[in-house]
Design a protein around this ligand. Structure first.
Ligand code: ATP
Ligand code: MG
Length: 639
């Protein structure tokens, strides 16, 4: 934990943090003044716990801030450098993007979409996805993006929940070399939904589709739409979007975000964390189907006039070097990705990244899960060549934007592999006990946010009660994140996993991340997932599922070695009663390990909502292991 790397970008802004700590409300007002408002707010914050209204009565438009402001300065600046999985390429300048967004906004208007209407967007990672979000934002329609990998049943539930009037989709998208039939999935999902009035179809994969009476061809509408669309002057708290969480811990929640506060949060955090400069080529690998894509592919970067690489398909297709090819080809300077993706890249070894020119990189980021220290070091050494700071950014769909992260755009601090460092200016995150008391450093507890922050969710879509119960019932005046964490003596936060997954072994509490990182630090292990099963004496005992690195074969000797390793690296208390070698772990479609499924299968319980599960065969494999075990136990009992 104490290993520190001091690498910064030479920025030394001591004023921002100081201002933020003196008066966070005033501080956010100063930040808000950096955006374009049609009318200024008359109150900075209306805090009626647990509901926050930021910049009350201010009038703003997200698409205006993301496009027009940049176009006024430099319409020729490249916004998107897009590459399809099949190698197709497109470049859009800010001027072209604004024009396209205006036409799309006018197209939506022409089919009757009005302010406050919901529009579901189910598109692959193509420029039209960015255009669709911004077109909704321009006219005040509430977008609700569904990741294009979801099946028709998952789409159905989400469209039903949001009662979208219009759906924007494509004939198909490319992923892992196959065509995903998106229009067909929509047809199956909405056949009996009368509230859906129109489906707009963009021809991307150029595959045959069936057109019904609700369907409209995107190009037909766009070609007939007029060139300019006046942006709606929207109230700061006007809902910008609904987005369902990843579903790692249960049924996804429909998070509702507003406009003004959300944009301010993104504008500032994007600048502080990525230290964005005019010449940067930024590449965030997240799909816009997730909050990372909303905040740090669409709104954050565009408000800063950033040029970014947007890639449609799988990062390891057609070869595992695709990601490194993209970085080399576009001379990417900032890369923002996930620990899951990094573990996958690592599995293929160092020779692939080493064979490419990655020297353009200057800053690396990660989000989504705790990053194992070993993976952090690999990212730092093999990808960043010891030259690039790593920003490990902790945040959630609900927080809208980053909350804990190093801020190289402001200051140089020592980085510790595996720690997201400290809260951002104006954000007060803490680790507390069951009663909400701040814990001393070195003591594990629950991660909370003590003050309202501009990017915070407005509520859950049409479910204020659930909003109160999930986030505001454990502690009445603090936001409960559901994550388990520890603050070290230097004030650095270490994420230990989900609070629901904490293991209670012989009076000790262990976060899943502690055990898993211990295993991942072994040379033979690619991935690990820990969970608990009831134990009469100890309370719980630990079982661990492991994916071995390519070429490693399981053996009793390896198991013994792994047990010794974990005893040494973490603690003898962390010794699992059983290790299970599997070929893959169950993950959400956003790439996070679904420990609750492992636990449910191991404890013979109902596995609950699996609508966001990436690959069911991962659960089947684990189920088969346990069926086998249960049969063995039964046979032994019969004997
Ligand atoms: P659900 O809420 O439906 O279970 P989810 O929590 O996975 O889904 P997201 O909002 O996409 O949905 O993920 C937020 C969570 O991801 C955080 O609560 C945290 O557990 C994890 N996370 C995100 N970034 C980091 C990080 N840098 N370090 C550790 N954990 C992180
Ligand atoms: Mg969550």
């Amino acid at each position: 934990m104490d290993e520190a790397y001091s690498i910064g970008l030479g920025n030394n802004d001591t004023i921002t943090r100081k201002r933020a700590s003196q008066d966070y409300i005033k501080f956010w007002e100063e930040e808000a003044s950096k955006l374009h408002w049609f009318e200024k707010w008359d109150k900075i914050l209306d805090w009626n716990p647990p509901f926050a209204k930021w910049f009350v009565n201010g009038k703003i438009n997200a698409s205006y801030n993301a496009l027009d402001i940049v176009v006024q300065k430099n319409p020729q600046k490249n916004a998107l450098l897009w590459e399809g999985e099949n190698g197709e390429r497109r470049t859009l300048t800010y001027g072209e993007l604004l024009n396209y967004v205006c036409k799309a906004a006018n197209s939506l208007k022409s089919i009757g979409v009005k302010k406050g209407d919901r529009v579901t967007i189910y598109l692959p990672m193509i420029p039209e996805l960015v255009v669709s979000l911004l077109a909704c934002a321009r006219i005040g329609a509430i977008h609700t993006v569904i990741f294009s990998g979801f099946s028709s049943q998952s789409i159905r539930d989400r469209i039903y929940d949001s009662k979208s009037k219009v759906i924007i989709t494509a004939d198909g998208g490319f992923r892992h070399g196959t065509v995903v039939k998106l229009k067909q999935a929509i047809d199956e999902a909405i056949s009996d939904f009368d509230f859906v009035e129109n489906v707009l179809v963009y021809a991307h994969a150029k595959i045959p589709i069936t057109l019904g009476k609700k369907d409209k061809i995107w190009a037909d509408l766009i070609n007939n739409a007029s060139e300019y669309c006046e942006p709606e002057k929207l109230d700061s708290v006007h809902p910008l979007y609904i987005l369902y969480t990843s579903g790692t811990t249960g049924k996804p929640k429909g998070v509702l975000h507003g406009t003004g506060g959300y944009l301010v949060h993104l504008y500032s955090t994007f600048k502080w964390v990525f230290d964005i400069r005019e010449s940067d080529i930024y590449f965030c690998t997240a799909d816009i189907g997730w909050v990372t894509g909303h905040s740090y592919v669409v709104y954050g970067p565009l408000m800063h006039g950033a040029t970014q690489v947007m890639y449609e398909g799988a990062l390891v297709f057609p070869t595992p070097a695709r990601i490194w090819d993209l970085i080399e080809r576009y001379k990417v300077t900032i890369l923002y990705t996930t620990p899951t993706a990094l573990r996958m890249f690592m599995k293929y070894g160092d020779s692939l990244p080493n064979s490419k020119d990655l020297s353009s990189l200057r800053l690396l980021g990660t989000v989504g899960e705790p990053i194992n220290p070993k993976v952090w070091k690999w990212y730092f050494q093999v990808i960043g060549k010891i030259n690039c700071p790593i920003v490990d950014t902790w945040w959630q769909t609900e927080t809208g934007g980053m909350m804990i992260s190093p801020v190289p755009g402001l200051e140089t601090i020592s980085l510790k592999p595996g720690s997201a460092t400290m809260s951002l200016p104006g954000i007060s995150v803490d680790v507390v006990d069951e009663n909400g008391n701040t814990l001393p450093s070195g003591t594990k507890g629950y991660l909370v946010v003590k003050n309202p922050w501009p990017g915070m969710l407005l509520s859950l879509w049409e479910d204020d009660e659930k909003y109160k119960t999930v986030y505001w019932s454990k502690y009445k005046t603090m936001y409960y994140s559901g994550d388990y964490a520890i603050k070290d003596k230097d004030g650095y936060f270490w994420m230990l996993g989900r609070a629901d997954d904490v293991l209670k072994v012989a009076g000790h509490r262990l976060g899943t991340a502690e055990i898993e990182s211990g295993f991942v630090s072994h040379k033979s292990i690619a991935e690990a997932a820990a969970c608990g099963i009831p134990h009469d004496v100890k309370g719980e005992s630990i079982i661990v599922f492991l994916v071995l690195k390519e070429g490693v074969t399981p053996s009793k000797q390896l198991e013994d070695e792994l047990i010794q390793h974990i005893r040494k690296m973490v603690s003898p208390i962390a010794t699992p009663v059983q290790l299970y070698i599997v070929s893959k772990l169950p993950k959400t479609r956003s790439g996070k390990i679904m420990r609750r499924l492992l636990k449910a299968v191991a404890n013979n319980e109902n596995i609950g909502d699996v609508s966001t599960l990436e690959d069911e065969s991962a659960v089947d494999e684990i189920q088969a292991i346990f069926n086998e075990l249960r049969q063995t136990i039964q046979r032994n009992q019969i004997k």
